[in-house]
Design a protein around this ligand. Sequence first.
Ligand code: NAP
Ligand code: GDD
Length: 343
Amino acid sequence: MRTALITGVTGQDGSYLAELLLAKGYQVHGVVRRASTFNRGRIDHLRADPATRDRFFLHYGDLGDPESLTSVVDAVRPQEVYNLAAQSHVGISFTMPTYTGDVTAIGTVRLLEAVRRKVPEARLYQASSSELFGKAEETPQNERTPFHPRSPYAVAKLYSFWAAVNFREAYGMFAANGILFNHESPRRGENFVTRKITRAVAEITRGQRERVTLGNLEARRDWGYAGDFVDAMWRILAAEKPDDFVIGTGETHSVRELCEAAFAEVGIELEWEGGGGAEVGRERGAGTVRVAVDPKYYRPAEVDELQADAAKARRVLGWTPTVAFPELVRMMVRSDLAEVKRP
Ligand code: NAP
Ligand code: GDD
């Protein structure tokens, strides 16, 4: 039985990855932070299911605390380590740049060091991000596209990217980066734009609110399905040699298109009016404002367009996405509709 350790197991990706590895017969250990309220909703089913509960273990630890990381790595002695933990919100990283740097950048080195000291033969996956491309010099972006980070989050992820490469080159460790483009799901945090919109669509449909207020409608992202992307993480660690891979669908859409697609799922067609911070999207026919813009959601520096060229992952790992944008939006809206009851 292979043993894997996942940091960030309570997050969107951590929960899908734990499911995938357990389905493959792994013993899975996750690092959880102490919180005053339980935040394990995404993994509770794995702790309850008789098919998985005996192979799924949680340990307290924090990327800010090197001793806890060393202890858990030493106790578990994993063959595979997936470093998914991070302060992962780009917008919030502008408000908390120092904290973001401590967790999302230095936290990676704390974990790399724990692995180097205790289980140097383990394979380590580092959750790198398409945010590294930032003000991208070319579209689509691949492994040779230069990096130009545009936020404290992206700067921290850049540090972690190179830390993983450095441990590979300096110590011969199997440390690999997945440069993942945006990936979403019904388990996405509610303050990322996809879930913010699909949740609002469900609440509007159920008569609980009237509109959703957003920031930049023009930003374009390559949105894929998280379930597909955790499979890529596993393939990256199963590869012959440690390497870095771009993972994304190759399709790009704007936030505006995302709004249109999500509202269309409940039969609402949007008509846009005005521009910039005064723009609104009205429901055709009724005239009710369903989307408003508030500049408070604009970021001090924006990433305008991301689109993946994942040819290397296709060639070397045999990875291809299975869920396209319309299906992803439908899945998320339907899931939120099922969760949000009529008042
Ligand atoms: P997420 O839902 O925000 O989950 C983040 C996880 O990190 C949570 O389990 C969180 O624990 C944990 N965490 C945060 N700070 C920690 C700390 N100091 N010590 C230990 N654990 C900590 O993120 P995600 O969407 O699953 O993304 C997973 C990783 O991939 C992140 O590193 C993210 O930056 C990166 N990434 C994500 C995407 C994407 O589109 N989703 C794309 C590229 C890269 P709590 O539950 O206790 O908060
Ligand atoms: N969150 C949010 N909220 N974003 C908004 C809003 C809003 O109200 N209105 C417009 N946006 C725009 C943001 O300005 C950004 O251009 C785009 O929607 C996507 O924002 P997020 O969903 O917050 O994701 P992100 O692209 O910044 O970051 C996500 O993907 C990265 C990979 O490219 C996160 O998951 C990162 O952790 C990840 O590395």
